[in-house]
Design a protein around this ligand. Sequence first.
Ligand SMILES: CC(C)(COP(=O)(O)OP(=O)(O)OC[C@H]1O[C@@H](n2cnc3c(N)ncnc32)[C@H](O)[C@@H]1OP(=O)(O)O)[C@@H](O)C(=O)NCCC(=O)NCCS
Length: 178
Amino acid sequence: MIKISTHLFLEPIKTSDDKVLYSLMKEIYPPAYSHFWTDNGDWYVNSNYSKETILKELSNEQAEYYFILFKKEVVGVFRIIWNEKLKGLSVTKQVKLHRIYLHPKTQGKGIGTTLLTWLEVKAKEKGYTSIWLDAMDEKPKAFEFYKKLGFKYHSHTFLPFELLHKEVRKMSQVYKII
Ligand SMILES: CC(C)(COP(=O)(O)OP(=O)(O)OC[C@H]1O[C@@H](n2cnc3c(N)ncnc32)[C@H](O)[C@@H]1OP(=O)(O)O)[C@@H](O)C(=O)NCCC(=O)NCCS
């Protein structure tokens, strides 16, 4: 368990946590993104949090995958991948923030900011010089969050998923030099 602040901890996800992770994401993902999908995001959650995907993601030695604990309760997930390169970004040491999801009841309380600040310090200590991530353009709250933290636009792509409404498919890669 990693202590981030008085009430905030990161607990490494284990292979035996697959059902807990799936149930958590079934609760957290839809309120934020169900309106993006023609099936309310069921396919996306079922494939990204299937036992098979979870085990595969946990076996990546470059990655760290955590439950976010706030006041002893699991309220979200956080995943980072060291040395994951953003195409076209000519910075040597890059870390990708792959996932950050907080339960609606714990959003807007500074937890996201605290976690990204922690990541920045940790990445710097390890000799990294940039953090990057993919963010959906049509999710302004998340976009605003990254912008406030100093992330800058780098490039964009369009997700090919058929079940995703066409007008929300744009995804931008944003980065921060640290
Ligand atoms: C996006 C997310 C990680 C931000 O973490 P957070 O702890 O909620 O954010 P913070 O409380 O640290 O807020 C920092 C800034 O983000 C923006 N923000 C965060 N939550 C917001 C909300 N509910 N409404 C509007 N702006 C919000 C604001 O600009 C805020 O700055 P302010 O407090 O000075 O107004 C979190 O809200 C979340 O998990 N959302 C749902 C899932 C998601 O979209 N994940 C990102 C995938 S790329």
